[in-house]
Design a binder for this molecule. Sequence first.
Ligand code: PRX
Length: 656
Amino acid sequence: MSSQIDHLLNESRRFSPSPEFAAQAIGTAELYDEAKADREAFWARQANELITWDKSFTEVLDWSNPPFAKWFADGTLNVAYNCLDRHVEAGNGDRVALLFEGEPGDSRAVTYAELTDLVKRAANVLEGLGVTKGDRVALYLPMIPEAVAAMLACARIGAIHSVVFGGFSADSLRSRLDDAGAKLVITADGGYRKGKVSALKPAVDMALADRNGEGEQATVEHVLVIRRGENEVEWTEGRDLWWHEEVEAASPDHTAQGFEAETPLFVLYTSGTTGKPKGILHTSGGYLTQAAFTNRVVHDIHPETDVYWCTADIGWITGHSYVTYGPLANGATQVLYEGTPETPHPGRWWEIVQKYGVTVLYTAPTAIRSFMKQGRQIPQEFDLSSIRLLGSVGEPINPEAWVWYRDVIGGGHAPIVDTWWQTETGAIMISPLPGVTELTPGSAQNPIPGIEVSIVDEKGEEVEDGNGGLLVVTSPWPSMLRGIWGDPDRYVDTYWRMFADKGYYFAGDGARKDEDGDIWLLGRVDDVMNVSGHRLSTAEIESALVGNEAVAEAAVVGASDETTGQAVVAFVIIKENYLRAHKADGLAQNLRLWVGEQIGPIARPRDIYIVGELPKTRSGKIMRRLLRDVAEGREVGDTTTLADTAVMSVISKQVK
Ligand code: PRX
């Protein structure tokens, strides 16, 4: 089967940054030239300028044992010092680091000095519990300032944190605790979600409970419990400790020691498409360099004036790189919101933007499309005029959602940076620079300075512009994953085997480069459909569907078909305001014709199902595998990683 993916959709709208925006932007066009001239020297300069090193590095990249990279290996640094103490030492201790907004409406501003104090105390607590360099600490927490502090306390003492998203079950937590061999768990009594306290501690208790003779004693020695929800908690004497009691009793003095640049910083589990979760390993110096650099030049962070808000949970890589490490290394002021977007009212996010005067907002297409579904009148009730830059991450953002985002949230003028990257890449890889790039809605556009990618066929040959193929990264980058925890072979197999002779990293995504050199992400290669010998991308057909005024969200899959090999099957959610004004009769047929007009008859869905919800992972990604089961009339497969496990039975009923 050819790896070429047919290119069908054209987007001709272009948006240049305003002269005012371009004039103040941190990322300039010269960065591309500098990186091209000498890539390693370019990254060395970023590492030297953005990071305070305890001991300077002399070697930039060691690629003598690919695919195991070492960046800045003989340098030493303390990641937490870089995110905290040095800002205080520079006289910025009074600057707010975190503008915390709890879901019930409680709020708290935490300055750099206060956060530094908290992290020093917490580091002393961890050391007092016997946690040392290289030990694993699992965090299972709501989005509260203590969560950020707990990550940094681990970093400060060279312990490896593994954040497990608070929405995961006790079973998922247990398998991650076991795989990581965690020594300590930091959790909370609960956190506020959807108007009530969602308990966390019981899941930890269950994950650590007797294993019914399964053998294998858990490695966890202690559980530190943060008080947030005023929830009753069960207590295991000797094992469980209250965070606030320990932190208050701890010394506020803690000297940050420098660790080698390749010291592991964290392991973050990502489920992947099949099999057991992979513990993606990131290390210190290279990771922090690229996280800080991209936050500066892509999010254009001016730490003195910006109020930045990345809406991701710390349970995801976006929360690691663009809530905790990148922005704090840069000394930024950011909003940290605990709850869900619709609580207690659907305008909550926009109320927060208005309250804090958010200037830079970074979120996911799934959120943008759900706001589109509710209609623009909700954000329009709030003053969003402070916003000057918008970002998107996690999925392709279709042009209609892009334009809506710019118009309704960005006042018709804010540039949008569509940032492509992965848990594995650690930081942004492909994105516009907002003061430089002429924006094309729907395209992530170009690799950032210092990053080299290509779009290739299955032999690793670059495909011609205009054609789709496989996205690869062709040279190592500072924030790249250093491995899969405990499984080096799986690391090599998953990411490097496919193009071993060329030394390319295979990202698993399809992409194409258009005639302007802009890169379009086409979705996971596993999801590509083959219709009558044409390889069609899920992203393009979904984008065409969402381009119709009636459609809020769409998911497309290929289902086996006797005549065409595979046929396109679409699941769509209709906008609420459209349903109020129109009848849904004949809508599916109209949408089939619409896709035919937009893209071509080959892409016309065989079936269109109008549904109320789509199956999504907890990070908001559509699980097309399950929709394929429905489309092919099979029993629906494993739904345990769904955010809402009931969704599939509703969809199955609707389809029948
Ligand atoms: O398929 C790509 C998609 O999300 C995948 C990575 O997911 P995860 O490791 O959970 O990290 C998400 C946050 C970085 C990619 O392989 N993806 C991410 N960003 C984009 C995207 N697809 C298209 N456009 C993007 N901007």
